[in-house]
Design a protein around this ligand. Structure first.
Ligand SMILES: [Zn+2]
Ligand SMILES: [Zn+2]
Length: 447
């Protein structure tokens, strides 16, 4: 036995040493590609497209994947509105038996006029769905995500001898309107292409320094619902209130009463937000209008909390109108927008733990941070099919460390995602995104 053990160890260790000696490291491959990734990023940043109109971005993304040897299908995604021209892109690489891993990036940008002053800042303007000219900007950093995923897809295509299974790369349209993931599923994403064993995505953040990644186990991002309320009154002369039912006063009472849902009806242990983001009514000083329109966003984690909060919004709204003497046939109309809705994003704890270990080995312990859940929303959770497919979305630090220091010293927060001033630091953010994701896939699909 004594003789056998060293021989077996020798046999077991030698081949991997021999292979490693010849193989380039992930870092050296990223060094080789980083200049070209930076150009891709600048190009995408300067050419943002709104949700439902990501045609050029999708065409570019598909073309790059094709060049790398992926089998690419474009024009995936069935939307409610057939006029929308944006679409999803799926790239598949089969590499023998083994797990199927899905990696997702978003393709869309936001109606924000960029004010970062970056040399590659967007100057794009377009008409939105209402016909109003708006600036367009990658203010959520989806250009960072696309570039990072293209960098990852390229490395994995080159490193096929280090993994086995099937890789599915997803370019998803319409994340900002949270209907893109469902549009892909409606177009049979999981029957036209292999259903993944694991799904992974990343999102950049100004809350974390560039070079770092963050992770949250379990519930990570809230579910979101958009609600429209039409408060209908009886309009008339501003100097003759006694012959009207004033919808502005009723709307004001509703806005205040809605605040009691979270503070008085909801358990303090269940996170929930009710925000009235828009209120419009009236035309002139001395006219009591016929109606006032409110737009709300609701954020919750548990489905039962969501249901209770939405029911409370309707009950309170209708109750206040009733108390104001608004006739039944003019009762407020409360409409939950089924299109702009998403479930909470849940990171599978076992997969999260596994990836946290991979990230720590790849980036060093100081660069991997455990973070708490937030109330922003994502539609990536839909791709997990109600948590049936273990999924993780992790945070990619994108903030200048010097600015983070200043911000901590002064107490002034850095511009967040969706801000016209949001300016992620491309390097080493892109490098970290590629390294973290490539390392994760090589671990999940290792030979
Ligand atoms: Zn966003
Ligand atoms: Zn985003």
């Amino acid at each position: 036995m004594k003789l056998f053990i060293p021989t077996l160890l020798f046999l077991a260790i030698t081949p991997s040493f021999a292979v490693n000696a010849q193989q380039p490291t992930i870092d050296s491959l990223i060094d080789r590609d980083i200049a070209s990734l930076f150009s891709t990023y600048k190009m995408l940043h300067a050419a943002p497209e709104l949700s439902h109109r990501e045609d050029k971005t999708a065409t570019f993304f598909a073309g790059e994947l094709r060049k790398m040897g992926y089998t690419v299908t474009d024009h995936l995604g069935k939307f409610e509105n057939p006029q929308w021209s944006g679409y999803g892109v799926i790239g598949v690489m089969k590499n023998g038996p083994g797990p199927t891993v899905l990696l997702r990036t978003e393709l869309d940008a936001l109606p924000v006029e960029e004010k970062t002053g970056a040399p590659y800042a967007s100057t794009v303007k377009t008409k939105n769905d209402a016909g109003v000219v708006v600036g367009v900007m990658h203010a959520c950093g989806h250009d960072i995500h696309m570039t990072s995923l293209l960098g990852t897809a390229k490395l994995l295509a080159e490193l096929k001898d280090r993994w086995q299974g099937t890789l599915v790369i997803v370019g998803q349209p319409a994340e900002e309107t949270i209907d893109g993931a469902r549009a892909l599923l409606r177009d049979e994403l999981y029957s036209k292409f292999p259903t993944p064993d694991f799904a992974i995505a990343l999102h950049d953040t100004s809350d974390l320094e560039t070079g770092k990644v963050g992770y949250t186990s379990g519930y990570a991002m809230a579910g979101g619902n958009s609600v429209d309320i039409k408060v209908r009154g009886v309009g008339g002369h501003g100097a003759k209130p006694e012959s009207t039912k004033d919808p502005i006063v009723v709307a004001a009472q509703i806005v205040m009463a809605l605040q009691t849902i979270v503070s008085r009806e909801n358990s303090p242990f269940d996170p929930a937000v009710v925000t009235v983001g828009s209120i419009h009514g009236g035309t002139k000083y001395n006219i009591i209008p016929d109606e006032v329109n409110l737009q709300l966003t609701v954020r919750t984690y548990k489905p039962e909390v969501r249901k209770r909060v939405l029911a409370a919004i309707e009950r309170i709204t209708k109750g206040i109108a009733l108390a104001a003497g608004i006739p039944d046939d003019r009762a407020p109309i409360v409409k939950v927008n089924e299109l702009e809705a998403t479930t909470a994003t849940y990171n599978d704890p076992q997969l999260t733990e596994r990836l946290a270990g991979v990230f720590t080995r790849a980036l060093g312990e100081a660069n991997v941070v455990k973070l708490g859940p937030i109330m922003a929303s994502e539609d990536f959770g839909y791709l997990s099919l109600d948590q049936k497919i273990p999924s993780v979305i992790f945070w990619l630090g994108a903030a200048d460390p010097e600015k983070v220091k200043q911000s901590k010293a002064t107490g002034v927060a850095l511009p967040t995602l969706h801000s016209a001033l949001f300016a992620p630091v491309p390097e080493p953010t892109l490098r970290t995104g590629v390294k973290a994701t490539t390392s994760a896939v090589l671990d999940l699909m290792k030979k």
